[in-house]
Write a protein that binds this ligand. Structure first.
Ligand code: HEC
Length: 408
């Protein structure tokens, strides 16, 4: 075997070691199954959406638990499932006793191998849900921030202190909370959840079923709140806030500068909803309002006199701004920025404090038998007035509050 082929084998072997097909089938993500229609159906109706991330059912109405500990025992009106009977239930919609399942339960054209993978995953799920939890300890992963060791250290210490202050000690339900380092590139963590990741690094973890809390940066707004919860408004909230304020500000053409096409389309959509009559300018010079997102080049004539709408990041990155324009700045984390300015500390310190508070409350609410799914579910009912987070109103991020201030 050539050196190159050997290397390829190694890479493939490494990939196979980390891929969890059962998990991917259960969550309907990046699955490649033999039947195309089943693949589409899994993507649209993943098992966890109805049966829960922990497969304990009851997400809505009468959805039964399908954790293998339940399926492998006889239950109300049906005998125990075998892998074969499970295959029949998933593909033909008949339960272990032959009863036809309601149409609320989709039928999936999966192969025997594929349903066996699913059954295997459902058998491991009880332990997977409790990763990082032992009788005397609960481990929470904290990734190293991409801003250098000093800040990472301060982030971790601040987080630990905020947790302790909120819990009145470093224990919850008799377990010591152990903050353990996590390599953001690795995507593996023997912990209940992971904190301190950038938004870009989060998917590697959530795609493997590891919950991510309060990633740093703005979420898109499309993320799944059963595996991820933020503490800062999403891009979607930013778009809506910008669109609403621009709709109020004038009637002329609007130019949208975004480095990402999808984001420009999303902004155009938000604007067409908030200000249906306003045309989109193809050249910035013709616009009355220009939205210039970070990383774009704001190129207008020196005597242009409209309004420019930018975000806090662009101010921090010193985006050059036209001399005669009015400048409006969207601050996506107003509470964090305000508190940081008042306390004269780095905004990430305030971020760490808020994450500590959020995690403390989630751990308390999740109860003694904490699992990954319960930690996330507990947040669904969490309202934290003191730090401006209300997950009952905004399930994914707890807040959609964007401050828009006039810079000049
Ligand atoms: C759209 C919601 C929904 C999705 C998605 C869904 N199910 Fe179901 N499932 C149900 C409901 C509702 C029932 C109960 C039906 C009944 O009892 O008539 C059920 C029943 C079952 C049962 C029978 C349980 C028992 O105790 O007999 C199994 C097994 C099952 N589902 C497995 C799966 C698997 C595996 C997936 C993903 C491939 C999945 N379900 C996706 C809603 C769903």
């Amino acid at each position: 075997m050539s050196a190159r082929a050997a290397l390829l084998m190694l890479v493939l072997a490494a990939r196979m070691a980390v891929a969890d097909e059962g998990h991917d089938l259960f969550t309907g993500q990046s699955v490649a199954v033999s039947d195309q229609s089943a693949e589409r159906k899994l993507a649209r109706f993943p098992c966890h959406r109805c049966h829960g991330r922990d497969a304990l059912g009851g997400v809505e109405g009468d959805v039964p638990p399908i954790d293998w500990r339940f399926l492998s025992r006889a239950a109300a009106g049906r005998p125990a499932y075998t892998v074969e009977l499970f295959h029949r239930a998933v593909t033909e919609g008949r339960d272990a006793g032959g009863r036809e399942l309601s149409r609320l339960m989709p039928r999936y054209a999966l192969s025997e191998g594929e349903t066996a993978q699913l059954a295997n995953y459902l058998g491991r799920l009880y332990d997977l849900q409790r990763q990082g939890v032992s009788p005397d300890e609960v481990r929470i992963g904290v990734a190293d921030l991409p801003f250098g060791d000093d800040l990472s250290g301060i982030y971790r210490t601040t987080l630990a202190k905020a947790l302790e202050d909120r819990l009145g000690g470093d224990h919850v339900y008799g377990r010591r909370i152990n903050l353990v380092p996590v390599d953001p590139a690795n995507g593996e963590a023997d912990s209940l959840a992971v904190l301190g990741l950038s938004v870009a690094a989060a998917a590697v973890f959530t795609n493997r079923g590891i919950p991510v809390l309060a990633p740093i940066g703005a979420l898109t707004g499309d993320e799944d709140s059963s595996i991820m919860r933020g503490i800062a408004p999403s891009r979607e909230a930013l778009h809506a806030a910008l669109a609403t304020r621009i709709a109020e500000a004038g009637t002329g053409p609007v130019a949208i500068l975004a480095s990402d096409d999808a984001e420009r389309h999303a902004l155009e959509l938000a604007l067409s909803l908030a200000a249906p009559g306003r045309p989109i300018a193809s050249h910035s010079n013709d616009a009355e309002d220009i939205i210039a997102l970070p990383g774009t080049d704001l190129n207008v004539a020196p005597d242009w006199t409209g309004r420019v709408w930018i975000t806090w990041q662009s101010v921090a990155q010193r985006m050059p701004l036209p001399q005669k324009a009015k400048v409006m700045v969207a601050i996506e984390t107003p509470r964090i920025i305000d508190t940081a300015i008042a306390a004269q500390v780095h905004p990430l310190v305030i971020h760490a404090q808020q994450v500590g508070i959020m995690l403390a409350e989630a751990l308390k609410a999740a109860g003694r038998d904490v699992t990954r799914a319960k930690l996330l579910q507990a947040l669904a009912d969490t309202v934290l007035d003191d730090i401006g987070l209300d997950y009952t109103q905004v399930p994914l991020t707890g807040t959609d509050h964007i401050a828009l201030i006039q810079l000049r």
